[in-house]
Structures are given as C-alpha cells and as structure tokens.
Design a protein around this ligand. Sequence first.
Ligand SMILES: *Cc1c(COP(=O)(O)O)cnc(C)c1O
Length: 379
Amino acid sequence: MIPGPIEVDPSVLRAMGEVTTSHVAPNFIESFGNSIELMRKIWMAPNGQPFIVAGSGTLAMDMAVCNLLESGDSALVISTGYFGERYKNILATYGANVTVLQAEIGEIVPLEKIEKELASKDYKLLTITHVDTSTGVLNDPEPIAKLAKIHNTLTILDGVCATAGEITKQDDWGIDIVLTGSQKAIGVPPGLALLVASKKAMKVWKNRKTPVQNYYGSFNNWLPIMEAYEERKPSYFGTPPVNLIRALEVSLALIDKEGIENRVSSHIHYAKAFRKAIQKIGLQLVPKRNEIAANTMSAIYYPDGVDGNQFRKDIGEYGVILAGGLHAEIKAKYFRVGHMGAITKSDIVATLSAIEYALQKQNYNFNFGESVGSFLKEI
Ligand SMILES: *Cc1c(COP(=O)(O)O)cnc(C)c1O
C-alpha cells in the first residue's frame, strides 16, 4: 500500500512473463501501436503525441524540459513538495532561469500568486505537480493552465502519482505535456517513462533555435519511432523493453475498458471514505483541506506520542506495507498510504485494521474499530 510501485493486476503481471519477442516482431509492433493509441484516450488528448520510453518517471520529467526549454529561458515551478524541488534541479541543468513558487507544507500555491508571477516576466514554461507524493497535495491544473495560456507560457504537468487516478483532460485544459511513470496509477511495474505532448509543444520543439541538450531523451530520436509503431511499421532507435510494453498495453486496455472517468470516480470514492475513516480516529492529513487531498494516496501525521518507526514496524508485522515520510522538513512526522490502481476495498480494510492495531499497541486513545466501521459504512 505504498504510493508506487503499486500492486498490479494479475493479468498485467502475466503479460510481463510472456515470451520476450523481437522489437520488430509483428505482435510487438501491434502492442506498441495499440499502447500509443490507448494513451491518447486515457490522457484525454486526441491530438497529442505520446512517447513511451524505457526509464522512470524522472526521465519523462527530463524529456519534457530538455525538448521544450532552451538555455536562458525563464521557467516557473509551482511547488507543492519534494517533486517541485526535483523540477527545479532538472530545469537548472538545462540552463533555465528558474523561479519557484513554494506552497506551505499541506497547501497549494494560491492562483493569484501564480497570476502575478506570470505577469511579471516572460516565462517560457511552468511546471505543476498534479499530486505531490511527498505531501499528498492535489493541484487543480485547469485554472493554472488557463492563466498560462493567457501569458503564452507552456505548461508541463507532472502526473506521475496522478495520471489514470486523477482526472486529466489534457486537450480540454490545454496542457502541453502530461507525463507519468508506469509504476503509479497506470498500474504497471516500474521502468517506463510515459508522456503526451500537445501540438503546440511539438511545434515549439520543432522551431528550437538551439539543439536539444540531451541525446537519449531527444524527440529527434524518439518521434520517428513513435510514428513508425503507430503506423505498424518496424523501426529502431534504442531497444524497447518489450515485456514492459506488453504489460502496459494490458493495463491501459483494462483502464480503457472500465472507462477513464469510471476509474477516476472509483479512486475518488475510495479516497473520500479512507480519509473520513482516518479522521474519525483523530489522525490528521498533511493536506490542510480535504479539497486539496489527493485521491491516489494519503499523507498522514502520526498522532502525538506515537513512535513512527515502531508504528510502521508493527504494521509490517501485520502484513501491510506503508511508506514513511519523504518531505525533508516533516519526514519523521508522517507516513504515506497509496490507494491507487488495482487496490480493492479489502486492501483498504486491511490497511485501516493494521493502522488501528499499531496505534493501540502504543496506547493511542481512540475507539477501537471505528475507522474500519466508518469505511465500511461509506463504501
Ligand atoms: C514517483 C514520482 C516521480 C518520480 O518518478 P520515478 O519513477 O521515481 O523517477 C516524479 N513525480 C512524482 C509526483 C512522483 O510521484
């Protein structure tokens, strides 16, 4: 129950175990082409250009920047935690003038602040973390993208802990790049960087004045490959991880069969019931308001007097695996629970039971059974 890698559907795991075919075998070309087409549906980006490249989510973050940004451009990071910091570092690597708008821990950056900053300077692009996995804070990308459009600033959405678990309407919202990694809400083992670029993003990349300062991540190398697979033709730049891409096809097809809107609704439904259960026994979320709490994961403070290391150890003994803190300033004060992808009601019930078990072992004062009862009533 950690926020990635997540538990994957058994059919996705079985796909990983199929015979490793050639990257130019007709069955694999079909899987790759189909995955590209399915990504457009799940990203709600009928006009977007998908990219599927071996690497982690950070490679997708890197590719978005190295292809759009040129040295000396100004970039704005709207940071809600650890992964905003990472974007700052990536942008600086490519010579950007970076400004960071840092939210307080558990908060978002107010829209007025973003508007003021965009009006103050000619920003080439801005980055938003859809769900920051270090704080469990959910951003609403739509109004930010609208502001960016007014100021002719490109938008990059880090959806690594969100895409396929939080609603993402890339075309409608006018987001230039939405990126993720395979191991979060997409529901595949780790190893794939996934991103979809808008028509405008592709135009900006094509019209660059300076070459892309990255070899492996350059669209120059990958666009012909994506186009070839979509046309169901063989091609080669770097050997694709064939087993992972077959697993991706299976997982994307599962999400598409359920319907992306249904998939997101069920994440919202579970997350709401989970938060309510947690709050019922007196625990506090890191996000300061329920409206900005993620639906894919939760970040939760330990109550006063509860030892975090012992708490997680007891939970482990109970058979549930949770994650510790990630945000440097509050690292020892909270824990994180992933509730995205193929998780079931029973998984959440087991998690709440484990939390209650570990809390009562440390004599935390609460009504034993109340979080589980609350969840079962809500669900
Ligand atoms: C996990 C995560 C990343 C990094 O992905 P890796 O696959 O670990 O490189 C980036 N951004 C967010 C929001 C994440 O949750």
